[in-house]
Design a protein around this ligand. Structure first.
Ligand SMILES: Cc1cc2nc3c(=O)[nH]c(=O)nc-3n(C[C@H](O)[C@H](O)[C@H](O)COP(=O)(O)OP(=O)(O)OC[C@H]3O[C@@H](n4cnc5c(N)ncnc54)[C@H](O)[C@@H]3O)c2cc1C
Length: 372
């Protein structure tokens, strides 16, 4: 059995980013990754791009929105604002190589058990023991089609690797947030006709928080798509899908029926990959894990932390990289305190991580709304 202080499960931005901070300390850590670094990004549909723009603004104290550690910028590496999934995975790999971050690939964590003083992880390779476990398995590999009876007759949008190559008429996309609008846009670009179904008006700008409304990048596409005769929109909630021979019938909550001969495409979201640690998670009403605000430990589970887009505190949603990276420092600070690091050393790390946008403990500032 391999023994180490900290194990991080997952080598996406959440796992590699928190490891980059641990790498600056003497705490022993290892990332376990079931496939390869940036594996989720390598699975993205080919024409999907980061919606958060990159810009090499680091030198003036505004770190690139998609950076996961200091002195790096995807915009600088690729001379591009909106990286594809393959490009972002390459950025993560470059960070791992440059900073010599310890990752063991092809190692899938299958079982986690709590033991006195730590956690035992069974994998497809060997067993591991660690005092601190950081769960960074992301959401992309856990697509969701909830609350639709007959969901087996639908296809989740994340399984369509080449949306531009699908052609025909009468496509139906369920869900009008980022992935749904992107999917409908790609279909219209490929000269296919699409109906998009969403419970609310897509361009209602009720808040400036892009975790709750369409990002400006996708909104621009939405406006272009809306001008096309190939695009139509239905306000409503799909509750059931049936299939008879080659015809799909979608029933909405208000009993409207929509028919199509194309498999309905669900852009209905993702949720945390939690299988081997499910028993340790208390859920909030919104279906995300309940966490300790000061440390991002799972509620009631000392030394088991969450890093990544499923982090929520009150109504604050940390689903983008520029948001969840600010909690990397909070996790590592807690580990350093428990390892009895000198207070002045911890303070020095924290002030450096604050400067680099990797530490945010006072969440009251997240309430600010833009006024114009
Ligand atoms: C479609 C989509 C588009 C997005 N676009 C943006 C964007 O433009 N900008 C932005 O900031 N955010 C975006 N996000 C949010 C996105 O979730 C994060 O940016 C990012 O992918 C999350 O990083 P992560 O490291 O938590 O997860 P991931 O990148 O998914 O990494 C998790 C890793 O864990 C590994 N893993 C899973 N289970 C195990 C296991 N049992 N054992 C070992 N390894 C395991 C996986 O193989 C994977 O490599 C998007 C999300 C989605 C779903």
């Amino acid at each position: 059995m391999t023994v180490t202080d900290v194990i991080i499960v997952g080598s996406g931005p959440a796992g590699v980013g928190v490891a980059a901070l641990l790498n600056q300390t003497n705490v022993d850590y290892l990332i376990l990754e079931k496939k390869e670094v940036g594996c989720s990004f390598l699975q993205w549909p080919v024409n999907m791009e980061m919606i958060t723009p990159s810009f090499p603004s680091n030198a003036f104290g505004q770190i690139d929105l998609n950076s996961i550690c200091e002195a790096t910028s995807p915009a600088f590496s690729f001379n591009k604002e909106h990286l594809t999934g393959d490009e972002y995975a390459e950025y993560l790999e470059a960070v791992v190589d440059y900073f010599k971050i310890k990752v063991q690939t092809d190692t899938e964590v299958l079982e986690v058990t709590k033991q006195k003083g730590g956690w035992v992880l069974s994998t497809n390779q060997e067993n591991f023991f660690c005092k601190y476990l950081i769960w960074a398995t992301g959401e992309f590999q856990n697509p969701q089609i909830n609350h639709i009876e007959g969901a087996e007759h639908c296809l989740h949008s994340s399984y369509i690797k080449h949306p531009g190559s699908i052609q025909g008429d009468n496509f139906v996309v369920i869900g009008g947030y980022e992935s749904g609008v992107q999917m409908a846009f790609d279909l219209v670009q490929a000269n296919s006709s699409v109906t998009l179904i969403n419970p609310n008006k897509i361009d209602d700008n009720l808040t400036s928080d892009p975790s709750k409304v369409l990002s400006p990048y996708t909104h621009e596409k939405y406006i272009r798509m809306k001008a096309s005769r190939l695009y139509s929109e239905v306000l409503g909630e799909v509750v059931a899908v049936t299939k008879e021979e080659s015809l799909y019938q979608l029933q909405l909550k208000d009993e409207t029926i929509i028919k199509t001969d194309k498999i309905p495409i669900c852009a209905t979201g993702f949720s945390l990959v939690k299988k081997p640690i499910e028993e340790f998670i208390t859920m909030r009403k919104d279906g995300t894990p309940k966490l300790v605000e000061e440390t991002d430990e799972f509620y009631g589970q000392e030394n088991l932390y969450l890093s990544g887009p499923s982090v929520r505190h009150d109504n604050h949603v940390f689903c983008f990289i520029y948001k969840f990276r600010q909690r990397f420092g909070v996790i590592v600070e807690d580990i350093l305190k428990k390892e009895k690091y000198p207070k002045e050393d911890i303070a020095a790390y924290v002030s450096k991580w604050k400067v680099h946008g990797m530490y945010l403990s006072d969440l009251s500032c997240c309430d600010d709304e833009c006024v114009c």
